[in-house]
Write a protein that binds this ligand. Structure first.
Ligand code: MN
Length: 313
């Protein structure tokens, strides 16, 4: 399932799923199914309000979600688009606004530093012996198509395309062999960074935590559709020019090991997000920093393209 969070006009953000050129309204579809069966006549019929609640909801909620997803796919093949929109079951993707799949994470986004050898080398750093972790605050999250603000405090704005894993089943001391069973799904994060702040404050947190510095999306792909997170092409373009082009097989610490080590003595929760590091080609390596007007496209195979425009504050 390719989960999205979407909004129509000024309506509340809702959980949906991307299918062909449609956004399926999972809430509406679940209600439609329940009504057909005579089980529920009013309200949301127990369907979650957000994608995060779907992630946190466990197998019963995921079963409801899959039913709604399959119901939506059948309807899209049989019903006129206007009819589906009127019944609040599905909308053409161009008619809705996509938000980050998890627009308000429950806690900071976990991140890996220097997790590709070629990126560590271009930054003049050694490949680490153990995973290097830091976090970005939930307030930095931006949606697909949202602007990245070139805050006045930085003159060295940079990009980093990353595969992000979303935890489904929490736990502590998760062993590597079980780690991928704890993953709900995968999305893309652009770990936007102010390099000068990173240097000035001698720590990654500040320079990576400004508002809009965590574009996420466009979809959250469930793990059943991406059985091997180490088998994906990963790339980033600025104004159509390729800047980063690599493969997730090149991670120093694969996703399963990132989860194993992070969870040692520390509980991971459903909905936690782990951005797994960026490959080589960042702007800092060439002095090519981002400027207002630039269009960034971060891409991971089988997930999609996360597009953002850089704007003045
Ligand atoms: Mn990064």
């Amino acid at each position: 399932v390719r989960l999205v969070t979407f909004r129509r006009g000024r309506g509340e953000p809702k959980p949906g799923a991307l299918w062909q050129e449609h956004v399926l309204d999972l809430t509406g579809l679940a209600k439609d199914l329940a009504t057909q069966r005579g089980t529920v006549r009013r309200g949301r019929g127990g369907f979650p309000r957000t994608v995060l609640e779907i992630v946190q909801g466990g197998e019963a909620i995921m079963a409801l979600t899959r039913e709604a997803w399959e119901h939506g796919q059948r309807l899209v093949g049989q019903t006129a688009a206007e009819d589906l929109a009127q019944r609040r079951l599905a909308y053409p993707v161009k008619r809705v606004r996509l938000l980050a799949p998890i627009p308000s994470p429950a806690r900071n986004v976990f991140c890996l530093g220097r997790n590709y050898a070629d990126h560590a080398a271009e930054r003049g750093a050694a490949a680490p012996d153990h995973p290097v972790y830091f976090t970005k605050p939930a307030t930095a999250v931006a949606g697909p198509g949202d602007d990245v603000v070139h805050h006045a405090i930085t003159k060295e704005l940079d990009y980093e395309v990353e595969l992000a894993a979303v935890i489904g089943t929490g736990g502590r001391d998760i062993v590597r062999a079980d780690a991928l069973k704890h993953v709900f799904g995968y999305t893309i994060i652009n770990d936007v960074t102010a390099r000068d702040l990173q240097k000035r404050h001698q720590q990654w947190f500040k320079g990576k935590s400004l508002d809009t510095f965590c574009p996420m999306g466009p979809v959250l792909v469930t793990a059943d559709e991406l059985p091997d997170p180490q088998a994906l092409a990963i790339s980033l373009r600025v104004n159509g020019q390729m800047r980063q082009s690599s493969h997730t097989s090149k991670m120093i610490f694969p996703v399963a090991q990132c989860i194993e080590v992070l969870s040692q003595g520390m509980t991971l929760l459903p909905g936690d997000i782990i951005a797994t590091g960026t490959p080589e080609g960042v702007g800092a390596a060439s002095g090519n920093f981002l400027k207002a007007g630039d269009r960034i496209e971060a891409e991971v195979e089988h997930i999609g393209v996360l597009s953002s425009k850089v704007v003045r504050p």
